[in-house]
Design a protein around this ligand. Sequence first.
Ligand code: ASP
Ligand code: MG
Length: 429
Amino acid sequence: MLHVFKFGGASVKDAPAVRNVSTILRSFIDKKDKLVIVVSAMGKTTNHLEDIFKAAKSKPKHEKNDEFEQILKQIKDYHYALADELFDGEREKIVYKILQKYIFQLSATLKDDEPNWDKHYDQVICFGELMSSAIVSEYLKMQHEDKCLWVDARRFVQTNERWREGQIDWEWSEQLIRAELLPMLEQRFVLTQGFIGGTIGGKTTTLGREGSDFTAAVFAYCLQADGVTIWKDVSGILNADPKRIKNTRLFEQISYSDAAEMTYYGATVIHPKTIRPLAAKGIPLYVRSFLNADVEGTRIGNFDTQPSIPSIIVKANQHMLVFKAKDLAAINERNQLAYIHSELNRYTIKINLLQVSATSFSVCTDNDERKLASLKESLSTDFELSVLDNLELITIKNYDTETLKNFTGLGNALVAQRSEDIFQVVVRK
Ligand code: ASP
Ligand code: MG
């Protein structure tokens, strides 16, 4: 059997977590399964890298930058402390050396004169995955007779130069993975990074935040794997977020299309891009708990979703953009709609919910200040644009009267829409 496993930031956030990953892998290694293991940056490292990137950009590099130094130290100390706990002796020295190299490269890259913000971001943000995979692979080598092979995902996951949102060159990636990575799996198992890819010019790209699940799907697709497992801190896909709603239910199985729909509405258990490549080759996707590896979790595949219980999905951190034509023209005159759409597309602003009235066009979208600022500027000649922030988009799929009762007539609702099986409402937080 050939499996692709993905371990996210929470599953490698400290030394006990890394040890737990090794324990989970044991039975698969003993069975001589072929394994490709994809890891994310440890804990909240990617957020810290985003912070340090902003701090570096905020001041000319010859000026003293305390914030920069402080975050760099924090990132460094965190990884060193973790390594200290996991290793001793020679192996510890090796790991320290690797980390030292990455910290040095990170600091140098942050100081580069790269005028393209997004391109620079990708060159910086990849260090979380690089450091994490170095630590985890050394630990797995130690525990599993040197059977673990570290590989650089950027050599295999080839993308175009769409920085921060790299698009996969499927043909090229598949060729590289089949020709070079597949033979590696004969003797050893492979450990690599999620989220990062490489361009033909040797630059790093990233696949969008939380993109490691997608990386797992890319490897699985190219290797025609028997399955992908995403190891999470929840026991599978639930019909609602247990932090918000009591009496949640776990789906044992779910169809690709239902899973895709749920991620589209904001279910964060799996990255939205993960499902398509797997569905294309009929590769099952398992969502299981790394905290409770005996539980089967959820299977996603060509199965029927179980009894259509209502699912409640909350997309947080939403903005509502309201466009009004300046000259009071009806919004659907003179191709205004097409024009707004094309500008949203240009800045890759995704529409999560849409409402058109006689004179306005309202879009509920994810909060991304930089994209919104660019959009505002480009549309300001023709439209008044107002922005409402701090919103949530709540979607109920397969609603029933009981669930609906709790969500209709909410005092803080801005927009509500209802179709045959979907009810959506945008609320102020
Ligand atoms: N480390 C990246 C992030 O935090 C990718 C991932 O975790 O999937 O967004
Ligand atoms: Mg030590």
